[in-house]
Design a protein around this ligand. Structure first.
Ligand SMILES: COc1cc2c(NC3CCN(Cc4ccccc4)CC3)nc(NCCCN(C)C)nc2cc1OCCCCCN
Length: 287
């Protein structure tokens, strides 16, 4: 029919307008979206359209608090620490035993028998431990980022994050950073696209909202077959209401692959009416 013809001919004309070099042209929009706040710069590129780098948020590299409703218990009297002299091994280290065992191998990757589908909480050694803050094996997330990332414009999912290097299964990749809020506050937030729930079995539960304040993980897209899983990690405090969310690779990831994690049901219950999942995986749950 004529509408269809119009749409097709319009598309043909539009494609002709996009010059060939424009299509392959990778426009670098900035060399570091973190402006020096991360160990390595994170470039932002767009080879899809004319959208400029995202500026509608404040880049932070550590979680922040904006309300006095949030009071994280940092008393050192409520913290476990170890008395290890040398390396912390699972057998006599109180911190490793607190995590059931030290789940990091000699190279700082999760052990082969780590349970990726129902992961334990991890208690890293902390400022009160007797072990060496550099050589102790039970200190991975606290040493920060070691991988190289790029913020890029995807074809259909807005911005996304890709790795520029191969990442082996079990490697610590990044932390979900944002504003720590009460779930009652989250219930008042209009744009809930960047909320991460710190679901706590007990009464009050909290969230990390990366909409206004966040790091590059706010741009990581959903997949039903993700290459990252979130692990709850405790380091400088043991207030179980406020775990730090550390993403680890649940399989080998090749350079240039887009990073993803499973946003879970609560995201899709809210967003399914606006858009569906196009992760393309065989057992996609929300398409
Ligand atoms: C869209 O994805 C999510 C939405 C969430 C949400 N949304 C609410 C829905 C009601 N409106 C109400 C409202 C509507 C309009 C205006 C104001 C308020 C306010 C926002 N609330 C809460 N937690 C709040 C506590 C739950 N409550 C039931 C106790 N967690 C959420 C976790 C989500 O993804 C998680 C993974 C995604 C990772 C993203 N990078």
């Amino acid at each position: 029919n004529s509408d269809c013809y119009t749409a097709i001919s319009l598309n043909v004309h539009l494609q002709a307008l996009i010059s060939p070099e424009r299509k392959s042209h990778r426009t670098i929009l900035t060399n570091d979206i973190s402006r020096g706040r991360e160990a390595n710069p994170i470039q932002c590129i767009n080879s899809i359209d004319d959208e400029q780098k995202p500026t509608d948020f404040v880049y932070i590299s550590e979680n922040c608090i904006t309300s006095d409703l949030i009071n994280i218990d940092r008393k050192i009297s409520t913290m476990n620490s170890c008395l290890c002299e040398e390396k912390c091994t699972s057998f006599n280290c109180l911190c490793c035993n607190h995590s059931l065992r030290c789940w990091y191998d000699e190279e700082g990757k999760l052990l082969a028998d780590f349970n990726y589908s129902d992961p334990p909480m991890i208690f890293e050694c902390n400022q009160l431990c007797n072990c060496n803050a550099i050589t102790c094996n039970n200190r991975i997330v606290q040493h920060g980022l070691t991988q190289r990332f790029q913020l890029f414009k995807t074809e259909t999912k807005g911005w996304g994050i890709r790795t520029l290097r191969n990442i082996a299964k079990g490697t610590y990749v990044c932390e979900y950073i944002g504003e720590v809020i009460a779930d009652t506050e989250a219930d008042r937030r209009e744009d809930d696209s960047y909320i991460f729930d710190l679901d706590n079995k007990d009464s009050e539960s909290f969230c990390i909202d990366a909409k206004q304040y966040g790091n590059f993980t706010r741009f990581i897209n959903h997949s039903c077959e993700p290459n990252l899983i979130p692990i709850r990690v405790f380091i400088e405090h043991h207030d179980l209401r406020f775990p730090r969310i550390a993403f680890f690779a649940n399989r080998d990831i090749t350079a240039e692959e887009e990073l993803s994690f499973d946003y879970g049901e609560r995201f899709w219950i809210v967003k399914y009416k606006s858009f569906t999942c196009d992760c393309g995986s065989l057992n996609c749950k929300y398409s």
